[in-house]
Design a protein around this ligand. Structure first.
Ligand code: AMP
Length: 179
């Protein structure tokens, strides 16, 4: 088992029926409190932004509010590139692009500053859990609206019983563990 997969299996807790019956919530807070595990996971996520020779191949790392921020920011520092936040509607102070997408119940809107990603920039998307893929698909649309190109997705955990990969389309997905 890789150091990152070992770190996840040691630290992430399954919380049944949270936030509603039938959902098994992946609690990453014990992972964050363990600096060895946290570092292993950040390094493994950052590998998705390098080629086989170790050369950094992305210009920006985008993280989604809120848990995506926790991982995307150190991944950006590890790669020596900028971190860009995608936020829930109404949180970013300047001109944004916005995309709305369906949730299991209802709808959500995400925003990205229009100058957060420059035309032609290559972007790595980082989040904690790939579930239905709606968040990643919406973020990809936001990056495209800025003229950037999403070149990969890196997540800690992929929930294989949900169609997340299909929603993500042809974007390469790096999942440190598949559950
Ligand atoms: P989705 O758009 O359905 O792929 O959902 C992705 C977002 O929902 C991620 O940012 C996760 O933080 C959160 N999420 C979805 N399912 C879970 C779960 N079982 N445990 C923890 N977080 C989850």
């Amino acid at each position: 088992m890789s150091a990152a997969a070992d770190a996840l299996s040691r630290t992430v807790l399954d919380v049944p029926d949270y936030p509603q019956p039938g959902i098994v919530f992946k609690d990453i807070t014990p992972l964050l409190a363990d600096p060895v595990a946290f570092a292993a996971v950040v390094e493994a996520l950052a590998a998705a932004g390098r080629d086989a020779d170790g050369t950094v191949v992305v210009d920006k790392v985008v993280g989604m509010e809120a848990r995506g921020f926790i991982f995307a920011a150190p991944v950006a520092l590890a790669l020596g590139v900028g971190f860009v936040p995608v936020r829930k509607v109404g949180k970013l102070p300047r001109e944004t692009h916005a995309v709305s997408y369906a949730l299991e119940y209802g709808e959500a809107t995400l925003e990205l500053h229009r100058d957060g990603v420059r035309p032609g920039e290559r972007v790595l998307l980082v989040d904690d859990v790939l579930a239905t893929g709606g968040t990643i698909a919406a973020t990809r649309e936001l990056v495209a609206a800025c003229g950037g190109e999403s070149v990969g997705v890196a997540v800690l955990m992929e929930l294989s019983f949900l169609p997340g990969r299909e929603a993500v389309g042809d974007l390469p997905v790096t999942a440190l563990s598949v559950v």
